[in-house]
Each structure stands twice: as C-alpha cells, then as structure tokens.
Ligand binder design. Structure first.
Ligand code: AMP
Ligand code: MG
Length: 345
C-alpha cells in the first residue's frame, strides 16, 4: 500500500536553530559564473534556503514566504493560534488540506513501520520537554495515560479528525519540514523552474542541476559530541531529483543523571529512545517520506532498522539509508548499497 504513495513553529530557540542549521550541510560551491538565485529566511522555528536557476530571474521570496507562513499557521505547534494547536486543545476537529494530507501520510507510515512512527505522541513529546510546554517527567500513571492516547485510533471523516480518545494530541514535527520542502519544490515546478535546491532546516530536495551542469551536492553532518559543537561534514553525496533528510539524537536532547534523553519517542514505551544510533539519513524521491522514515529508523535502532530494510526490499525509504552509530566511543557507519552509490568518494 505504501508503495503507492505519491507523495513535508516559530520557536526560535537558539539551540534548535543551531541544530537545524547544521543538520545537513550544503556543499554549494558553484564553480561557474552565474550563481543560482538564493533566497533565505526562517520558518517552522528554523532556517530555510532555496536556490534555483531561472532565466527570467524572478524573485520568488514573497511566494515562498507566504507558503511557509500558511504552513506554520496550519501545522506549527509553536504558533499558539495554529490550526493544529486548536485541534489538539479540542477547540475544533476541522482539518485543512495540509493537516489532512499529513495525517493520511503519518497513518500510512505508522502502519508500514509497525508503529515506530506515530504522530499521536504529541502529549508524550510535550511531557518529555521537546515541545512548547515545560518538561515534566511523567510518573507511571500519567505515562500510561499518554501511551493510551498515542495508541488510540484516529481517522478522518468529511475533513474532520475523529478521535477515539479525546486526549490524543497530534505532532507532525517528524514529517512537516520534509513536506514543506516538497510543497516549495512543487511551487517552483509550477513556475517552470526545474533546477533547484530546497532546504528547510536540513530537509533537502534537489532537482535538476547546478548552473555549471553538475549535480547538487549535500553534506551529511558528523554526529557531534554535544548540542553546541560546530558542524563537520561526515560524508558528501550527489543528489539527482531526490531528497535527503537526517534525523539525529545528538542535537536535540537533554541529560539527567548522566543519561541522554533524545527527542525521539519510542511509542512502544513512551520513553525517549536510548541507543547507540546517532543519526539516520534517508534518500527518497519525496522529502516527507525521507523525513518520516528517518525518524522511524531512529526509533527502531540500528539492528531493527537493518532488519526492517532487509525484510522490505524495494519498500519506501529502504533503498538509500546511512546509519551513523557509536561503537565503544568511536563513530561507525553502515550505508545501504543505494546510499553508498551516492557518496562522493
Ligand atoms: P525528526 O527530527 O524528523 O526525527 O522529528 C523528531 C520530532 O518528531 C520530535 O521532536 C517530536 O516532535 C516528533 N516525534 C518524536 N517521536 C516520534 C515518533 N515516534 N513518531 C513520530 N514523531 C515523533
Ligand atoms: Mg523526521
């Protein structure tokens, strides 16, 4: 079913912005004379950058900004008035097109990944302090209540959200930036632009070529020791009409009693994941899909993710994946053959 998929907050906390800025490093050195048009700004609590080649030299910043503003008004958990905040607080159950699409995609990926990806973890994410509300480590009773909310069914009927548990809250942060990158790419195509690189906080869509005729190149960040270290490129890949997204546990986390709590929640336990997998990069045609699968693999952990890939040959998000993990204090990596082919050696 998933293979038929055709087809990705304005909280400007410094640390988060830094994370997003460095999640994927763009290697954009154009060697020739006319550089692409470059547009940059902020959206969804992070930076965005769009580069494109346009013979008509149009400045599409107003159109891009208004698309991203509308997106935030719909999906952002950091915008008090967003439709998603209103839905989560029970003020409305009416979905707009963006939320409906994100929910449909999320439910498909939840099924595909046996529940590793779960957009109903909203309350858990907040409770562990990775959203707009204050951290309050849950006791076992409230943990169970939030787990029940995350595992309760939701569905869509006549553009409305139907909840079987009224306390279920949705969180699309694991897929929204990728989807927004897709929407900008589609907008550029509508303007007849086919050579571009869209990057929203490290969720990257590359299409066509750079002005010098070469493919777009993207650097994958080396997982850092802490959330403030300067980004270093671990490996660089070439992208041809594809997206790449990296999920990691090394920028967004907090430490307590010597333990690191990652912002990725394991929906099976309700706890932040704790394993040796430091980052996962997924290359896929659609950015939202790469985004969702990168998060799902972070939940699964290295061995389960490798087993998932082995048991889903040709499945969405399984062809080109890079895992970077910790082995006794040293960084090691595993790249699927599909990812290995993209690495600039
Ligand atoms: P990403 O950086 O794309 O991996 O997304 C991480 C964000 O997705 C977190 O900050 C949460 O808001 C949300 N999230 C956490 N755990 C999950 C999960 N298991 N499934 C879906 N979304 C999640
Ligand atoms: Mg994601």
């Amino acid at each position: 079913m998933i293979s038929r998929i055709i087809l990705q907050s304005v909280r400007h906390r410094r640390a988060e912005r830094f994370f997003y800025l460095s999640a994927v490093l763009l290697l954009l050195s154009c060697r020739h004379t006319e550089p692409p048009i470059q547009i940059a700004g902020t959206a969804q609590g992070t930076y965005y950058s769009v580069q494109y080649c346009d013979k008509e030299h149009r400045n599409l910043q107003p159109q891009i900004d208004s698309l991203l503003d509308a997106f935030d008004q719909s999906v952002s958990l950091w915008v008090d008035s967003s439709l998603l905040r209103q839905i989560n607080s029970g003020k409305t159950d009416s979905l707009d097109d963006i939320l409906q699409s994100l929910l449909e995609k999320s439910l498909m990926i939840e099924q595909y990944t046996d529940g590793a990806f779960n957009c109903k973890v909203g309350r858990l994410v907040q409770s562990w302090g990775f959203s707009f509300s204050k951290r309050s480590i849950p006791d076992s009773l409230s943990l169970q209540t939030m787990l029940d909310a995350a595992h309760a069914d939701v569905s869509i009927a006549n553009h409305r959200l139907v909840r079987t548990n009224s306390s279920t809250e949705l969180d699309f942060n694991a897929i929204a930036q990728g989807y927004a990158s897709d929407l900008i790419a589609q907008m550029l195509e509508r303007y007849g632009i086919s050579d571009y690189l869209v990057d929203i906080g490290g969720e990257v869509v590359a299409h066509g070529k750079k002005p010098d005729g070469s493919l777009w190149r993207v650097g994958i960040e080396e997982p850092s020791k802490d959330s403030c270290s300067a980004p270093i490129v671990y490996s660089a890949i070439q992208l041809s009409d594809a997206s790449v997204v990296t999920s990691g546990s090394y920028r967004k986390y907090y430490e307590r009693d010597g333990l690191r709590f990652s912002h990725t929640i394991d929906p099976a336990t309700g706890q932040p994941v704790q394993h040796t997998l430091l980052s996962v990069s997924v290359v896929e045609k659609e950015c939202w899909l790469a985004d969702a699968m990168a998060t799902a693999y972070m939940v699964m952990g290295l061995e389960n993710a490798k087993a998932f890939i082995a048991s889903h040959p040709h499945g969405p998000g399984t062809d080109a994946v890079l895992f970077i993990y910790d082995r006794g204090g040293a960084l090691e990596s595993y790249a699927t053959p599909g990812f290995d082919k993209l690495i600039i050696k």
